[in-house]
Design a protein around this ligand. Structure first.
Ligand code: UDP
Length: 314
């Protein structure tokens, strides 16, 4: 296959480039490098089946030649990033999706949308199955990401129903691993960086809010299987191992061997507004239709991630 990956220089996009190249496909990565980084794809320079195009997909996308699949992964994804870039976030989820899906239609390619557990907002049911419609505040600061992704899902389904486009929607839950940005503001890089540099781990609120963390290799496998499947309904891909942020902080301290203290802070900026109290994927559908489930537990995934950050910090 010849595939386009938007956001191809990002954390997940670049790992997907590696996977598709390893499977023998040809990959075009497109990224405007707002939150992506060419370091993530530097090892692919000169690869005969790889091409990088620097472009903002919120503007019209031109790609020469045939395409078999378009994977739309471009978007700021860390709350810090989308709170700092609210309008580009809204644009890439709306205009960017329109451009990417229009390109897929023009080329007769399959379209896969990277959606998110944020479509469930601050959920009133836990775990979240795909049938849950969500609990999102459209006018809150997080709404720029959540509503853009919800719009992108609506657009994907409209092209599927009205134009018969072959589409896939993956709802990605918190994912971590090498190539995350050290300063992206998310809890995984923050805590690891703080632990490695003997600074206090910053727990926002009382730390009782929960998340379920998945290692990137599991996500990549889930996306690959979904693209190759015939499932056109949304599919949750995440690790159902749920824990509180306080428990997560303790796990990071243990695995880094750090003596950093914990500090409980109440951020004064927007970032705690509508912060989900709980989050855990129901992965029954992924199990059933993709025969997929996560393989990497937190201790193993974190050990790899800590080693990656250690090389960059110390
Ligand atoms: N969080 C925290 N300390 C930090 C960064 C984040 O306690 O230094 C909390 C944050 O409030 C949220 C959870 O960790 O409840 C996960 O935040 P993250 O930004 O990683 O991603 P989210 O799941 O909110 O998209």
């Amino acid at each position: 296959m010849r595939i386009l990956i938007t956001g191809g220089a990002g954390f997940l996009g670049s790992h997907l480039c590696d996977r598709f190249l390893a499977e023998g496909h040809t990959v075009i990565a497109m990224d405007n490098i707002i939150t992506g980084n060419t370091d993530n794809i530097a090892h692919l320079a000169g690869h005969e089946r790889f091409l990088f195009i620097k472009h903002n997909v919120s503007n019209y996308i031109y790609v020469d030649g045939p395409l078999d699949a378009v994977l739309h992964f471009a978007s700021p994804a860390s709350p810090n990033d989308y709170l700092e870039h609210p309008i580009p976030t809204l644009k890439v989820g709306s205009l960017g999706t329109l451009n990417a899906i229009g390109l897929a239609k023009g080329k007769g390619a399959r379209f896969l949308l990277a959606s998110t557990s944020e479509v469930y907002g601050d959920p009133e049911v836990n775990p979240q199955p795909e049938s849950y419609w969500g609990h999102v505040n459209p006018i809150g600061p997080r709404g720029v990401y959540d509503e853009a992704k919800r719009f992108a899902e609506a657009m994907t389904m409209a092209y599927h129903r009205y134009h018969g486009l072959d589409t896939r929607i993956v709802r990605i839950f918190n994912t971590y691993g090498p190539r995350m940005r050290l300063n992206d503001g998310r809890v995984v890089p923050n805590f690891i960086y703080q632990a490695l540099t003997s600074q206090a781990l910053t727990i926002y609120g009382d730390g009782s809010q929960t998340r379920s963390f998945q290692y990137y290799t599991d996500l990549v496998e889930g996306v690959y299987r979904l693209l190759m499947s015939s499932e056109t309904r949304p599919v949750n891909i995440g690790n159902p191992e749920e824990m509180s942020i306080l428990e997560f902080a303790e796990a990071v301290l243990e695995l880094t061997g750090s003596n950093s203290p914990l500090t409980f802070i109440q951020p004064t900026d927007n970032r705690m507004i509508d912060d989900p109290r709980v989050r855990r994927p129901d992965i029954s559908r992924a199990r059933e239709v993709l025969d997929w489930e996560p393989k990497v537990g937190l201790a193993d995934g974190l050990a790899e991630t800590i080693a990656y950050f250690r090389n960059r910090v110390l």
